[in-house]
Design a protein around this ligand. Structure first.
Ligand SMILES: *[C@@H]1O[C@H](CO)[C@@H](O)[C@H](O)[C@H]1NC(C)=O
Ligand SMILES: *[C@@H]1O[C@H](CO)[C@@H](O)[C@H](O)[C@H]1NC(C)=O
Length: 259
């Protein structure tokens, strides 16, 4: 059934904005009557993040819709626009299940990750193309994630707390292949947590890296020191450290009274 006229007008306006390129504006002015295609009258759209598609008249090139953008399920329709390179228009079945009116969206056909020339891993070819839309000449390094030595993206932070309280150090590492992550206290050869019951280490793999946490419960004055997150894979190793300061709870209380 057809949507009410007002809704249709609003949607049409936003649809026109999404695909606004010289080609499509020309097409809309012409209405459904496309007439003869004069390629010479088309203007080449520039820097389209998902490449170009043909406009509603099948004549001029216009920017294709990008990943996540609403699109026309039917190839013959030219309302929201057609998806660009490596993308297809799909209905999200999950949305319908949650009682929403499902909207067709451009989805990347491949979910294989891509290693960019600068060593950054992109989720898929569509994300890579979007990042390099203005530098079409640059090609990917290879399919799959970039292999690299670990880089600590979020290092542990200095903390202080009172005796008896708890602290947590975090360490977030990106690397591929999956790096190892270990904790040590400066001056000790032992890896933590060892057999010390008040210290525990947790963590888990991320898509291209690993995140680790070191928790120290019931702080003692002797816990004070520097804690180091060590990480390595076959391409290299690195570390980052943070200081733990343990404040004596009773001394501090006396200090506050005295103030
Ligand atoms: C594209 O790459 C080729 C070969 O690497 C180079 O000769 C050419 O100048 C580049 N073009 C642009 C626009 O960067
Ligand atoms: C200090 O200890 C308390 C109680 O264990 C905890 O809730 C709080 O997050 C700790 N503060 C810091 C900065 O770790």
């Amino acid at each position: 059934h057809a949507p009410p006229p007002l809704t249709r007008g609003v949607v049409l306006a936003s649809g026109a904005l999404l695909v606004s390129s010289p080609g499509s504006i020309w097409g809309m002015v012409e209405g459904d009557d496309c007439g003869k295609c004069e390629l010479a009258l088309c203007s080449e759209p520039k820097d389209c993040p998902a490449g170009t598609v043909l406009d509603r008249c099948g004549c001029c090139p216009e920017c294709g819709n990008v990943e996540g953008q609403i699109c026309d399920l039917d190839q013959g329709n030219h309302f929201y626009g057609q998806c660009g390179d490596n993308l297809e228009c799909r209905l999200d079945a999950d949305e319908a299940r949650f009682g929403e009116v499902p909207e067709p969206q451009c989805v990347c056909k491949s979910q294989e990750s891509i290693c960019g020339p600068e060593g950054k891993t992109y989720e898929n070819i569509c994300q890579f193309n979007k990042a390099y839309a203005t530098k079409r000449n640059i090609s990917m390094k290879h399919k799959g994630p970039c292999e690299s030595a670990p880089v600590i993206s979020v290092p542990p932070q200095d903390v202080q707390n009172f005796t008896g309280n708890d602290v947590i150090f975090g360490c977030e590492v990106s690397a591929y292949p999956m790096p190892h992550l270990e904790w040590k206290k400066k001056g000790s050869k032992m890896f933590l947590p060892g057999d010390d019951a008040h210290i525990s280490a947790r963590g888990g793999p991320q898509k291209y890296g690993v995140t680790g946490w070191l928790q120290i419960q019931g702080l003692k004055k002797s816990d004070e020191g520097i804690y180091i997150c060590h990480t390595k894979n076959k391409y290299g190793a690195t570390y980052a450290s943070a200081r733990l300061k343990v404040i004596d709870g009773i001394l501090c209380f006396v200090f506050f009274i005295w103030m």
